[in-house]
Ligand binder design. Structure first.
Ligand code: PMP
Length: 290
């Protein structure tokens, strides 16, 4: 069935949702985006996603032509017009149409797109078996070059890492900070477990501050785990009891092998399972009604 896409002020049929080749989102990856999820008629942490979008836009000096409240209403409407209760929502604001030069000043009107689609989940088998991951030779870029906190349309840093993962038969890839500390994955945040401690790289290491990361930290704290944001190397990761990844699409997924080292007993661990139960429970009762 054809989807209704929000494009520049109106909902249009998917076939008519076309953006100019002169849009700087296309020519330069100049723009920002969010990936958001709805569970059973509730949009998960919608305010946090919209806040992050506006923060990314502010840093790249892209003026979103709607207020936060208007964007929230448009996202809800995108779900409603497509009859979706469970959805993956992609919100994209690009610099808009300009000329062939990169100067953003020449792009007077940002392009706003909202796509609400059904979710394509990772296969269940991956959750049961756990992921095999490796470390990329590509480092996360330092904040002074391109701050990973900006969720921009420019994903080549992650894509180069993902290519390495594909070549090595891995489902995700660990990216290190420039100094060699564990930062995050190509499209997920990373956690390790030691006893009752749930440990994740600190924001200053240059990571996207994931909405799922923050929700999982909340769930872990209320379940009585000690949550620690810190700096650590692959040595600690390889020797953790459990390792898991978090992201809007992935939710919480266990890692059972890193750089050919078996994590724990080589099976998805109990802490990740416990947190996933808590997370799903939270997602189903907490969220903005569609
Ligand atoms: N890191 C990166 C680089 C990402 O692109 C994402 C989003 N897919 C995440 C982490 C996870 O963020 P969130 O939980 O907000 O989806």
């Amino acid at each position: 069935m054809s989807k209704r896409i929000f494009l520049d002020g109106a909902f249009v049929d998917q076939e008519n949702a076309r953006v100019s080749v002169f849009d700087h989102g296309y020519l330069y990856g100049d723009g920002v985006f969010e990936g958001i999820r709805a569970y059973g008629g509730r949009i998960f942490r919608l305010d946090a996603h919209v806040d992050r979008l506006f923060a990314s836009a502010k840093t790249v000096m892209l003026e979103i032509p709607y207020s936060k409240a208007e964007i929230i209403d448009l996202i809800r409407e995108a779900c409603r017009v497509n009859g979706l209760q469970d959805a993956y929502i992609r919100l994209v604001v690009s610099r808009g149409v300009g000329d062939l030069g990169l100067d953003p000043v020449k792009c007077p009107k940002p392009t706003v797109v909202i796509i609400a689609d059904s979710i394509t989940l990772y296969p269940d088998s991956l959750y049961r078996s756990g992921l095999k991951v490796c470390t990329s030779s590509i480092r996360r870029q330092r904040a002074e070059a391109l701050n990973p906190q900006i969720k921009s349309l420019n994903y080549l840093n992650s894509i180069l890492a993902k290519i390495e993962a594909n070549q090595r038969g891995c489902q995700e890839v660990v990216m290190l900070s420039e100094e060699g500390f564990v930062a995050e994955c190509s499209a997920d945040n990373i956690f390790m477990v030691r006893g009752r401690k749930v440990i994740t790289p600190a924001p200053h290491l240059g990571i996207l501050l994931g909405i799922t990361r923050s929700a999982v930290m909340d769930v872990a704290r209320s379940a009585g785990y000690e949550v620690i944001e810190t700096t650590f190397t692959r040595h600690e990761l390889w020797n953790a009891d459990e390792v898991f990844l978090t992201g809007t699409a992935a939710e919480i997924v266990s890692v059972v092998s890193i750089d050919e080292r078996v994590v724990g007993d080589g099976k998805p661990g109990p802490v990740a399972a416990d947190l996933l139960t808590g997370f799903r429970d939270l997602a189903r009762r907490d969220g903005t009604l569609i």
